[in-house]
Design a protein around this ligand. Structure first.
Ligand code: NDP
Length: 329
């Protein structure tokens, strides 16, 4: 059996040396417990925050203890009446090949849908897209929606929901392959490569001749400033993530947005998906209905092997993923 521990708290970009692989004992399921074999591991940008000890909405990982994230696992032995061998479950679990659980917090998943979907479109990132857009963006037919981090797990779903709800959708992403994918696979109306565009504010103005009504922000920083200065009266900004700053060692500087927000009666609100936990069951139902009806496409970047978990996580900051980054064990 093996585990991946947090070896160091990263300064700036996380590095291979911040993780430690350890051989650990094979556990046995005691009375009331199940033995779980990890099959898919979700790697997510928010884990960067948990690697540092700054106060946040989730507690930091402990040094020299296993890291954890959303995982899909197979029940390989069960002494718990609620589960049987062969069941698949999802939960926040440790980065271990095998572990036991008393069953608390485990949710059974239906393998026929595709197990990894429960880490993406039918899991935390799909719900983040739906909740942030619905509860803060409040899209209306005919409005213009801009999404940053658009080719990622959250962004690709936000843009498609925007289309379903009748918006014009503009995506911002970091490569020509991604901007092509936004239009061909996900049905975005316009897509901008922020790495090759010299003047983002002008590019957004050109893509959104009627101005921007809703901004779903996954990245923060200069990209967001450029979007916000294109927003209309009554514009809504849902701050979902600020990945451009997660590895910063100093706070970045930018223009003062307040006068613009004031003049345009805009609303800017941050959110954590768990704020909407009571809406998750209906949210998952809505996402799976759209998925089954072929209205939602979902992309995954699946990396093979337990040893690849740290690298797959670090690759999120290099934009190596299209859609949800998942490690298959
Ligand atoms: P993604 O699948 O979007 O992966 C991260 C992507 O971010 C990369 O593919 C890359 O795409 C982009 N990126 C990396 N560095 C930068 C940078 N410096 N500037 C701009 N873009 C960058 O991850 P998720 O969909 O899981 O998460 C997206 C955002 O949503 C994150 O900020 C995350 O923290 C946040 N989040 C918030 C939640 C909440 O409850 N509020 C819940 C889940 C996620 P590219 O090639 O385009 O640069």
């Amino acid at each position: 059996n093996k585990a991946i521990l947090l070896a160091n708290r990263p300064v700036g970009k996380p590095a291979e040396s911040d993780f430690k692989f350890e051989d650990i004992d094979m556990p046995e399921a005691k009375d009331g417990e199940v033995l779980l074999k990890t099959t898919y591991v979700s790697v997510d940008p928010y884990l960067r925050g948990r690697m540092s000890d700054a106060k946040s909405y989730v507690p930091p990982f402990e040094l020299n203890e296993p890291m954890s994230s959303a995982i899909i696992a197979e029940v390989t032995a069960s002494n718990n009446q609620d589960f049987k061998a062969g069941d698949y479950v999802t939960a926040g679990l440790a980065w271990k090949l095998y572990q036991t659980s008393n069953g608390q917090g485990l949710t059974k998943v239906d393998p026929s849908v595709g197990l990894s979907a429960y880490l993406g479109v039918l899991g935390m990132t799909g719900l983040t897209a739906l909740m942030g857009l619905q509860e803060i963006g409040k899209p209306k037919t005919g409005e213009t929606l801009v999404v940053s981090g658009a080719a990622g797990a959250v962004g690709s779903i936000v843009g498609q929901i925007g289309k379903i709800l009748g918006c014009k959708v503009i995506g911002i992403a970091g490569s020509d392959e991604k901007t092509a994918l936004l239009k061909s696979k996900f049905g975005f109306d316009e897509a901008i490569n922020y790495k090759t565009t010299k003047n983002m504010q002008e590019a957004i103005a050109a893509a959104a001749p009627d101005g921007v009504d809703i901004y779903f922000d996954n990245v923060g920083g200069d990209i967001s400033d450029a979007v916000i200065f294109n927003m209309n009266k009554w514009g809504r900004i849902a701050i979902c993530g600020t990945i451009s700053s997660y590895n910063d060692t100093e706070a970045s500087q930018g223009p003062r947005l307040q006068p613009y927000i004031l003049k345009n009666s805009m609303l800017m609100q941050g959110f954590i998906v768990s704020n909407y936990a009571e809406k998750f069951p209906e949210g998952v139902k809505q996402l799976s209905d759209w998925l089954k009806a072929g209205k939602l496409q979902h992309a995954e970047t699946i990396v093979d092997g337990f040893e690849q978990i740290p690298q797959a996580f670090m690759d999120l900051f290099e934009g190596k993923n299209e859609g949800k980054m998942v490690v298959k064990i």
